[in-house]
Design a binder for this molecule. Structure first.
Ligand code: MN
Length: 379
């Protein structure tokens, strides 16, 4: 049977007032969560996530159970936030390694959402199993940033996926190809932001007890600044009896093309269009059509008087156009533009808005009449 030893250490760090991280380890589960949210809500979110994840995985110790455990944790956080408005918007990362039932034995697998990390250490080499769900990391994957730029980018702490969101959580699930002696480090970003990969390798693979290794990593993060809460869990495999093949991930998640060599077992949950989304799209299309009808009506119901070839003309539309509509001349009144009172002639050059075609014609006639009577009176 697959067995491991495991240890955990957590610390508030040297800057933060409270520890919003949470973690739990036992003989078949190691989980780390990094909570966020004001008024102590972060520690509530991470505690709920760890508790729900742990209970769900204990009841469903399978690959598929890892994803449904994320859903269960997400729902529990949302329910708590709705019941306690002061905690609205709280969220948490979650990274876990679990021994799932496979092939009549237990095999290691991992799940991740957010920017907590899981590293695998073997023979002094470190491999990061997880990808950070942060803005900078997404940009790196899209080729918009280099790895070096992403590592120092201001958006590297801005998370794109966490637990505590209204939609279904999209976590990554991976299988772990382990052998006896491998060590696995799970940590919140309070470790990975403060400690270099070289320091992690040196301290995590030192021939100390796992408890000491975890404590030493936390201590190093504090020495290097301790700007954030620090949580570290370390697993050491004593025996590996089963490994889940990569193909087993297919039923629970659609494969994506691996984009860096260290994450070859990552499968991202596919985006499926739900009936709800179809409904939203339909409603959106309906709104668009309604908006077009209204805009078209607004344009077509607008008239103005203007000069055209020396005559007073009636135009439909807005004087300088409206969106993609251009004004159209609909009528030449036959009245000459220079046979108007000077003020009216100037107003015509600026155009004169009219509520309807009939009103426009009547107004043009009226202006002409005023000019006629003024001219006759003068003559
Ligand atoms: Mn953190």
């Amino acid at each position: 049977m697959t067995t491991w030893r495991v240890a955990m250490a957590t610390d508030t760090g040297r800057v933060r007032e409270a520890n919003e991280d949470a973690g739990y380890v036992d003989e078949r589960l190691a989980v780390v969560a990094d909570g966020m949210g004001g008024h102590a809500a972060g520690e509530v979110a991470s505690a709920i996530a760890v508790r729900e994840f742990r209970e769900h995985v204990a009841a469903h110790p399978s690959l598929a159970g890892l994803e449904t455990a994320l859903s269960a944790a997400n729902s529990a956080i949302m329910r708590d936030a709705q019941a306690n408005p002061g905690r609205a918007g709280m969220g948490t990362t979650l990274a876990a390694v679990v021994l799932v039932e496979y092939g009549g034995d237990r095999a290691p697998a991992w799940v991740n959402i957010g920017d907590s990390r899981i590293y695998q250490l073997r023979d002094g080499a470190l491999k990061q199993l997880t990808q950070d769900h942060s803005v900078a990391e997404e940009w790196f994957r899209q080729g918009r940033l280099t790895a070096e730029e992403a590592a120092v980018h201001p958006s590297r702490h801005q998370l794109t996926r966490v637990l505590g969101m209204p939609e279904e959580p999209r976590g990554d699930v991976g299988v772990l190809s382990a052998q006896a002696g491998d060590r696995i480090v799970l940590c919140s970003d309070g470790l990975s932001n403060e400690v270099t990969n070289e320091e992690i390798v040196a301290l995590a693979s030192a021939p100390t007890s796992l408890d000491d290794a975890a404590r030493n990593l936390v201590a190093r993060a504090n020495q290097n600044g301790g700007h954030d809460n620090i949580t570290v869990a370390i697993i050491e495999f004593d025996h590996v009896a089963a490994t889940v093949p990569d193909e087993a991930l297919a039923p629970i998640a659609a494969p994506v093309v691996p984009n860096r060599p260290s994450t070859t077992t990552v499968r991202r949950r596919s985006r499926q269009i739900s009936w709800r989304q179809v409904g939203f799209l339909g409603a959106f299309a309906g709104l668009l059509i309604a908006a077009m009808v209204v805009l078209n009506w607004y344009n077509a119901s607008s008239y103005y008087l203007g000069a055209s070839n020396g005559d007073v003309a009636v135009f439909q539309g807005q004087p300088h156009g409206f969106l993609w509509f251009h004004p159209q001349q609909v009528l030449d009144t036959g009245y000459r533009a220079d046979q108007l009172l000077p003020g009216d002639a100037a107003a015509l050059q600026r155009t004169i808005a009219e509520p309807s075609l009939a009103a426009a014609i009547a107004h043009a006639s009226n202006l002409h009449d005023q000019w006629v009577s003024a001219t006759n009176g003068n003559g």
